[in-house]
Design a protein around this ligand. Structure first.
Ligand SMILES: [Zn+2]
Length: 425
């Protein structure tokens, strides 16, 4: 084991900042409910739930502002502190839908939208004594206070994690994390286990982070990362070996995260650049790796042929030099590469959910495998990610053998949903 593996030994968590693919759903787990409400003690697990839409009240049956007293005109409950850190909203109240997340309580939903629990009951024609709320169901809410919805992320357990630690890191309730969101996960989980977490951009911690001046914070997990804004205009068209790039955007300088070896070859699709930056940021945060990371070729402006590469034409291929040990100088030398950090980087890239393939020579994957085992990765995780010891074929592993890829890994990102002309092979 190299002396530099201290980097990755500190590695703890790899957040699947599936931000990108995040489910767009709602909760508030941080706030304490201002009033007692019936606790929904037995929510069925999401798998057994009917689709939320089936139980939705039709618009015709919904109360309308005209027929109902608005929340604004209702007296606030006495227990509600007046000096609440409520952002003074000038927005007009309107009807919105809240989609209930597993384990969420009526009182929490009321607190989230700054309305009364009994209003929620009335608007949705719920039975006061047995309100039957369950995950996936949508509730109608009339409010002028609409925080961003909760987001579902996937988190990969790392060596040394505990339920409490993960809950704390994401500002969520530990019981809910374990019993509601991950009921099938053994209490004593192993590294590599995937967990579902509902992060709440409206949680007190997330709001505090945002107040520290992080623009566009979308979740507590992403809030504190040193991300540079990337314009959304750049679109990948065609295949990696014959495509092009429309509305080209260059990977912005971000010396906290990486350096660009060839700025004029650092154009990519917005989707690629965003996920690349996010993966590197979470990797540095989670592993503590502080060495340089050099980004090589992506695509040239407008895409198209980029010598000497066969691909790199549609803005989705990124060459990343393997991270070095603190004393290493050449990524060509196996002993100069920090394989623990490299494994961490692969995990962070995969965790975006937007990486199709990573090319790396088989004799280098061998060192990656050893690092994965040191990090306590489960057999399933290793098999999902590494092709090694196989050296050919397309049905196993995200990291695949390709000759010549010894000092750098070549990362191919997926097409974004809005890139309708983006193609794979
Ligand atoms: Zn390449």
């Amino acid at each position: 084991m190299s002396s530099s593996s201290h980097h990755a030994r500190r590695a703890r968590s790899f957040l699947v900042t599936a931000a990108l693919a995040a489910a767009w759903l709602p909760v508030s787990v941080g706030a304490s409910p201002p009033e007692p409400a019936p606790r929904v003690s037995e929510l069925p697990s999401p798998e057994t739930l009917p689709p939320a839409d089936e139980s939705e009240p039709t618009p015709a049956s919904e109360p309308t502002p005209a027929s109902e007293p608005t929340p604004a005109s209702e007296p606030k409950s006495a227990s509600e502190p007046k000096s609440k850190s409520k952002s003074k909203s000038t927005a007009k109240p309107k009807w919105i839908k809240h989609r209930i997340i597993p384990g969420e309580r009526l009182a929490e939903i009321a607190a989230r939208y700054e309305v009364r629990t009994d209003s929620l009951i009335r608007w949705n024609k719920l039975d006061k004594n047995n309100p039957k709320i369950y995950a996936g169901r949508k509730l109608s809410v009339y409010t002028d206070h609409v925080p961003p919805p909760q987001r579902k992320i996937t988190y990969i357990v790392e060596f040394g994690d505990t339920w409490a630690k993960i809950a704390r890191a994401h500002d969520v309730d530990p019981d809910r994390l374990r019993l509601r969101w991950n009921p099938k996960v053994p209490r004593r989980f192993k590294a590599g286990q995937e967990l579902v977490i509902w992060v709440d951009p409206a949680s007190p911690r997330a709001r505090a982070d945002a107040a520290k001046g992080i623009a566009e914070a979308t979740s507590p997990a992403i809030a504190a990362l040193p991300l540079v804004q990337i314009p959304r205009s750049s679109i990948s068209v065609g295949k990696p070996n014959n495509g092009k790039l429309i509305g080209s955007v260059q990977l912005p300088e971000n010396n906290k995260l990486y350096t660009l070896r060839k700025p004029d070859e650092s154009y990519g699709s917005s989707h690629t650049l965003q996920n690349l930056q996010l993966a590197i940021a979470t990797w540095r945060r989670d592993t503590g790796y502080s060495g340089k990371l050099k980004i090589g070729a992506i695509s040239k402006r407008g895409g198209g042929k980029l010598r000497p590469h066969l691909s790199h034409r549609s803005g989705r291929d990124v060459d990343i030099r393997l991270p070095l040990t603190s004393t290493g100088s050449s990524a060509k030398k196996v002993s100069d590469v920090d394989w623990d950090a490299t494994w961490g980087l692969v995990l962070a890239l995969v965790a975006t959910g937007e990486v199709k393939t990573i090319y790396l020579a088989s004799d280098r994957q061998k060192h990656l495998l050893a690092a994965a085992k040191r990090a306590g990765a489960s057999k399933e995780t290793i098999e999902k990610i590494l092709q090694y010891p196989e050296t050919r074929g397309y049905d196993n592993g995200i990291v695949r053998n390709q000759k010549g890829h010894t000092a750098h890994m070549h990362v191919r990102f997926s097409c974004a949903p809005n890139e309708t002309r983006c193609e794979d092979y």
